[in-house]
Every structure is written in structure tokens, then in C-alpha cells.
Design a protein. Sequence first.
Length: 90
Amino acid sequence: MQTQHCPICRLEVAVQPRYPRYVCAECAAKAMSQDGRRLAFFNTDVGGGYAAIYADTKQPYSGHECFIDGIRCHADEARFGGIVIELAAH
């Protein structure tokens, strides 16, 4: 049986061949901007689209880069909708 683990907390997660470095939902909920502000990600409509905001002010966050436990990650729209956060490429 094939397994995959969150690269941050090592929790076993569903195997996603398209996203081999994706983080679990618990870690994704801890995403922060480089200046330490909590971020929230969502689709712009039912068809998809990527949007991010600062969780405290609801102001738009224009980037895709985020940090989880000090580890640089990349957030984007997942194929067929949803949001995926993965470890950033080195």
C-alpha cells in the first residue's frame, strides 16, 4: 500500500501523485506571511480561482508564498478546484 506523509508534521495523508509535497489540513491552517500574519486561502468561485487574505483584517494577500512552522511553502489553486499548499521548491 502506498503512503504519503505531510512534509511538515509527518502525519499520514491521502496519496496525491499530482501533489507529492502537499501539507496536511492541520499544517495548512497555520500558514503565515513572511511577516508572521496568519493567512487564509480560498477559491474565488465554485469554478476555482485562487485568492488569499490576511486572516486578521480580511485584506487581500497578493502572494502565493507562505510559511508553516518557519518552512517556506507555496499555495495555489488545486486541479479541479480547492487549494493546495506544498513545500516550496528549493
